[in-house]
Design a protein around this ligand. Structure first.
Ligand code: S3P
Length: 166
């Protein structure tokens, strides 16, 4: 069975997936990385050149591939991947939950903070991102099998909590 990490942009899904993989000798996979490699271009360029709808179709294709071809892995996803059809066929859905302010602080405290914002087309304006956050939080919660509050915790602590709750 796979573990699928969902949650808002910048909450640390990729970092937690990698920490989990290292600790528990698993493989971690990231849906944005899969899409970037199959498209041979960055997410930002996909949005700019072909638009969000095109990107969402790629996410759907990725979800189908994961459900058919991947087992026993931890999968970090883009913040909108939770909307893909039959995501629950892929594995156990774990929401990494955090306040919006803590997410912004997390990104800002990164040495490459500007790049972290730049690569996310839907995080260009903080006000818009907050609006999206508010819309999505109840949907994430509805979707999740397990919810983990990640504020003030290290990736290793979060990985341990996921393992315990599974
Ligand atoms: C998106 C989140 C991004 C990426 C794309 C769209 C979203 O991934 O998939 O920019 O809709 O929330 P991260 O959650 O890793 O930032």
């Amino acid at each position: 069975m796979n573990i699928i990490l969902i949650g808002f942009m910048g909450v640390g899904k990729g970092t937690v997936a990698r920490a989990y993989a290292k600790e528990y000798d698993a493989f971690s996979i990231d849906t944005d990385d899969l899409i970037e490699s199959s498209e041979n271009r960055k997410i930002k360029d996909i949005f700019e050149e072909d638009g969000e709808e095109y990107f969402r179709k790629k996410e759907q294709k990725c979800a189908k591939w994961l459900s058919k071809s991947v087992k026993n892995s931890i999968i970090s996803t883009g913040g909108g991947f939770f909307k893909t059809k039959s995501i629950n066929k892929i594995g156990t859905i774990v929401l990494l939950d955090s306040s919006f302010d803590a997410i912004v602080n997390r990104i800002k405290s990164h040495p490459n903070a500007q790049r972290k914002f730049d690569k996310r087309p839907l995080f260009q304006k903080e006000k818009e991102a907050k609006k999206l956050y508010k819309q999505r939080i109840p949907l994430y919660k509805e979707m999740a099998d397990i919810i983990i509050n990640v504020e003030g915790k290290t990736p290793q602590e979060i990985a341990k909590e996921i393992k315990k709750k599974l």
